[in-house]
Design a protein around this ligand. Structure first.
Ligand code: NAP
Length: 321
């Protein structure tokens, strides 16, 4: 079996950046995409804070550019989902849902994170029928309607503002009486006439009407305990993310589902690096993921050079006792 120099798992900003750098270093990297190309930025309507694009661009446009640049330097793309890895033996092995097994001298983990669920009655059943985690994908269907956004972070504010392009009314429901979002996004949300807030409240159930789509929510005020019903056509949930790292459990050191790395993106296994939201639950920016992907690639290059030197060095002579 061919042993790859480096396999990059994941096709978000971290993965493609690692592809650009390892490709340019002539390492002929293989990047395995996961189910969807681009990760979370691929479902972002507008990216306005990625340096170098002052006019801003859409998430899918940015992903296309990342991919084009990675392929330009020789990154090979495998459209598959990694479901198992073995880092206990070198060369490492990587298995995909498509039934393929690859071997590699080094691996860069960049599988990112996915939206967290509320885990309440009605959420799963009504996903796609009024429950959504992607305003860019589904906002259009709510033209002239009433929608709810759950969450108090940057994502909730950004997506609520985006939804006002379509919906007549956007109600943000937050479990506390203060937002976590950055000041600039808070100000934009507060000054938008179409956005209303319900504070100190959680959604406890999502209910369907006769059509089978979302018609109303059950809300609970966490201060008074009072339960109310709130009519809405849709609910968009932005309450954070879960890391996509279950397949790395027992292979590298992890904490709360995130892969632990040092400041140079090394995991607990020499030759395995991690970058982006699979190892960063704090910054979560396209720009920081790109930086981490670059760092992982540079360290990976150094690791592979070290392996080559070790292979070329003559074995130490045995000295008789
Ligand atoms: P986040 O900052 O973790 O915020 C999650 C929000 O959901 C919080 O307000 C949290 O409430 C609430 N929440 C969590 N679990 C909940 C539950 N079970 N029920 C109800 N509410 C719940 O997540 P995010 O907004 O996705 O942002 C993630 C990171 O990406 C952040 O670092 C953010 O700055 C960054 N980001 C930046 C931009 C930008 O700069 N343009 C855009 C998007 C995201 P509490 O506040 O009470 O904890």
């Amino acid at each position: 079996m061919t042993v790859e120099n480096v396999i990059i798992i994941g096709s978000g900003p971290a993965g493609f950046s690692a592809g650009i750098y390892t490709g340019r270093a002539q390492l002929n990297p293989l990047l395995i995409t996961g189910n969807d190309i681009g990760g979370q930025v691929a479902i972002t309507y507008e990216v306005e804070n990625y340096p170098g694009f002052p006019e801003s661009l859409s998430g899918p446009e940015l992903v296309e550019k990342f991919q084009e640049q990675a392929q330009k330097f020789g990154t090979r793309i495998e459209y598959d989902y990694v479901d198992a890895v073995d880092f206990h033996q070198h060369p490492f092995s990587v298995h995909t849902q498509g039934g393929k097994t690859f071997q590699a001298k080094s691996v860069i983990l960049s599988t990112g994170a996915t939206p967290r669920k509320l885990q309440i009655p009605g959420e799963e059943e009504l996903t796609g029928r009024g429950v959504s985690y992607c305003a860019t994908c589904d906002g259009f269907f709510f033209r002239g309607k009433k929608v709810v956004v759950v969450g108090g972070g940057d994502s909730a504010m950004e997506e609520a503002i985006f939804l006002t392009r379509f919906a007549d009314e956007v109600t943000i429901i937050h479990r506390r009486d203060a937002l976590r979002a950055s000041k600039i996004l808070q100000e934009r949300a507060f000054s938008n006439d179409k956005i209303k807030f319900i504070w100190n409240s959680v959604v406890t159930a999502i209910n369907a009407g006769e059509s089978g789509a979302v018609s109303h929510l059950t809300l609970k005020n966490v201060v008074t305990g009072a339960e109310t019903s709130f009519a809405t056509d849709g609910i968009f949930i932005f309450i954070g993310h879960e890391p996509n790292g279950w397949m790395f459990a027992d292979q590298v050191d992890m904490e709360d589902g995130y892969v632990i790395t040092d400041r140079r993106m090394h995991t607990s296994v020499p030759g395995v690096f991690a970058a982006g939201e699979i190892q960063d639950n704090h910054f979560r920016q396209v720009a920081t993921s790109v930086g981490q992907g670059v760092m992982a690639a540079m360290e990976c290059e150094k690791y592979l050079a070290g392996l080559e030197i070790a292979a070329e060095e003559p074995a130490a002579e045995l000295v008789p006792a």
